[in-house]
Design a binder for this molecule. Sequence first.
Ligand code: HEM
Length: 288
Amino acid sequence: MKKVASLFLIVTVPTIATFVPTFAYSQTQELSYPDNTIIDSDLDGLTDEGEKQLFGTDEKNPDSDSDGWYDGTEIIANTNPLDATTPSATTIVTTDTVSKEIPWSWYITRASGLIAFAFAWIVIFLGIAIRLPLLQRFIRPVYSLSAHFVLALHTILFSLLHGVSMLFDKFFRLSFADILIPFHTTALDPFALSFGILGMYGLLLISMTSYFKPMIPFKLWRAMHFLNVIVYTMIIAHALLLGTDLAHPIARSLFISANVLLGVLLIWNLSLKFFHYFQAKKQVIVAN
Ligand code: HEM
């Protein structure tokens, strides 16, 4: 019980410590109306001061990036009113007036993406817990290792569901090539989507090399496992750039805080590894 309480403290205190300032920062954007007049000169749904102070859009032009969507519509739809090339998935519900169907595949994409990410976070956390003495006190390394293995498989399964569900999306109409080949699509931000696709391949590669670890050289396996940091960073970028739910300040702040916590634990773990490595080297030199 004492162990569970301490583990809870280790995880929640730093998360809250980063969540509060991140959330507070996301709430700091305030509008001021110096002469108390609220005008929307171009009738795009955004006030002139809002366009000047918050969004950086042209208060005299209703469609600042000339992509056919009014600036106000883009802000509500969570797309960038200054970038004609980045429509977001949110446009499905806010602009699809022809079809009133429930975009179920979109719900599956969002839910499975978030679940896959949560599993990926836990897998990395457990991976660090195998070696970090502080966490070893709460979770026995043998448990961390087996959960690390099993949950990695869950991450892959939910990532596959997440990617494949995009094939059924009636708004973007992505093809197999779009979800398999990076930079192939023109329907979504190609960079953001490609980070997800490359992340998916990275996860597959890392898991495969781990399941077949006894058959491959140890150095190759270790190199592949270090790739994890790059793969995970790409997935973070993918989720932050494309995610509808993660555009919400609370979800975004929680997401960032959880990843800052993981980053701190990772650096801590690596520092300990380097410290032990150099100590061992020093002892060898002294012995010689
Ligand atoms: C073939 C690979 C992938 C494709 C085609 C893909 C596609 C997408 C799309 C279209 C969105 C935007 C959905 C929306 O919120 O409107 C999205 C968001 C997201 N993706 Fe992926 N993705 C891929 C790989 C991954 C992987 C490997 C992960 C994590 C392990 C991941 C995690 C996420 C998360 C967390 C979101 C944000 C969800 C939200 O905020 O609602 N994706 N992805």
